[in-house]
Design a protein around this ligand. Structure first.
Ligand SMILES: NC(=O)c1ccc[n+]([C@@H]2O[C@H](COP(=O)([O-])OP(=O)(O)OC[C@H]3O[C@@H](n4cnc5c(N)ncnc54)[C@H](OP(=O)(O)O)[C@@H]3O)[C@@H](O)[C@H]2O)c1
Length: 330
């Protein structure tokens, strides 16, 4: 099988494409013939040894895939060869074959393309846990999503709508990203590159929400946008910190939290995959149901062959990724 292989933690474009023997599933394991994998920003961090969790060397990166069960080891009752599944793993998706446990596999709806199933992986899971798990979204809540044309951004906008949000506002950089955020579901967009973002974001969010402000802020960006978003929140608002795509980890000013009864929480989605796989399974089913009901559709801006994984990750690294980038096998 072909695989992207990291032999030592180094700049991501130094990983190798190798041709190695297929792995064999042991008892309680399944072998997946991977058809598509999701390229994600954290994959870069993992490959460079900068992520919270780093696998033992050597390894293949990649946290979400979709494919076909090729064979099973002993003691596997829930899956059989030929089943089409989406897969969520800590690493290993950038390869033509993947060994995993059945608990990390989620049956795909009939007719769903593998690319879509892979794209409905890490970022949709993360956004669902942010909105429903951490922010306890209620019908009618107004939601501000930062980085709204990126992976987490598009999935958060779409899931906020599917989960019954009121006004959903996408914070973006530039007119092109505003067009994407609108086309993928945002009611309004705000340019995070504006002058005086501190006051401007608050004023525009208030105007778009009838003076109320954002009940929920989803923040995969950090930096100046985070500080401005905190000021744009409604009374008793909930902010969820997902990542720092701007490269700047913000210091939260606690006086805002006190004055408006605001709660700020962090989210490390992979913890749920380990600690509560049944919850992750229920969420994946709900995401697939929303897809089948036409309530969301991943926006895949680029598909690369596995061999071009570095081009895919470079787009993420340089902020040129819009929606999702997918790697295709074979
Ligand atoms: N906590 C978790 O469990 C979890 C799970 C998945 C991902 N993450 C993290 O979430 C973050 C985003 O991931 P992603 O997949 O959405 O990445 P992405 O597709 O690259 O999107 C990042 C977005 O952030 C925007 N952005 C970057 N710098 C900005 C700045 N200075 N001001 C405003 N916007 C800025 C980008 O806009 P432009 O394109 O306009 O620059 C882009 O829309 C990453 O840090 C990732 O590690 C965390």
């Amino acid at each position: 099988m072909k695989a992207v292989y990291v032999r030592e933690f180094a700049p991501f474009d130094q990983a190798e494409i190798v041709d190695i023997p297929n792995p064999e599933p042991g008892p309680g394991e399944v072998l997946i013939a991977v058809k598509a994998a999701e390229a994600n920003f954290p994959d870069i961090l993992v490959m460079e040894g900068k992520y919270q969790i780093t696998p033992p060397l050597p390894f293949s990166p990649g946290k979400a895939a979709a494919g076909i069960v090729e064979s099973t080891g002993g003691k596997v009752m829930s899956l059989k060869p030929g089943d089409r599944v989406a897969v969520q793993v800590e690493h290993g998706a950038y390869a033509e074959k993947l060994i995993t446990s059945p608990a990390t596999c989620y049956p795909m709806p009939d007719g769903m393309p593998f690319e879509d199933a892979a794209a409905l992986g890490l970022v949709y899971q993360t956004s669902h846990f942010a909105l429903a798990g951490r922010a306890s979204i209620k019908p009618g809540d107004n939601v501000l999503v930062l980085g709204a044309s990126g992976g987490i951004g598009v999935s958060s906008v779409q899931l906020a709508k599917a989960l019954g949000a009121g006004v959903v506002i996408g914070g973006v950089l530039g007119a092109e990203n505003a067009t994407i955020a609108k086309a993928t579901g945002a009611d309004h967009t705000i340019d995070l590159g504006m002058e005086n973002l501190r006051d401007g974001l608050r004023d525009q969010v208030r105007e778009m929400t009838g003076g109320r402000g954002a009940d929920i802020v989803i923040d995969p960006v950090g930096g100046a946008a985070n500080a401005a978003a905190l000021r744009a929140m409604a009374w008793s608002g909930r902010m969820v910190i997902i990542g720092f795509a701007s490269g700047d980890i913000p210091m939260i000013k606690s006086n805002y939290l006190l004055v408006k009864n605001i709660a700020v929480s962090g989210l490390q989605w992979s913890d749920y995959r380990e600690r509560d796989p049944a919850w992750v399974g229920r969420v994946q089913n709900e995401i697939f149901e929303f897809y089948s009901d036409g309530k969301l559709k991943p926006y895949i801006s680029k598909i690369y062959p596995l061999e071009d994984y570095a081009k895919a990750l470079m787009r993420l690294k340089t902020g040129q990724a819009q929606g999702k980038i997918i790697l295709k096998m074979g």
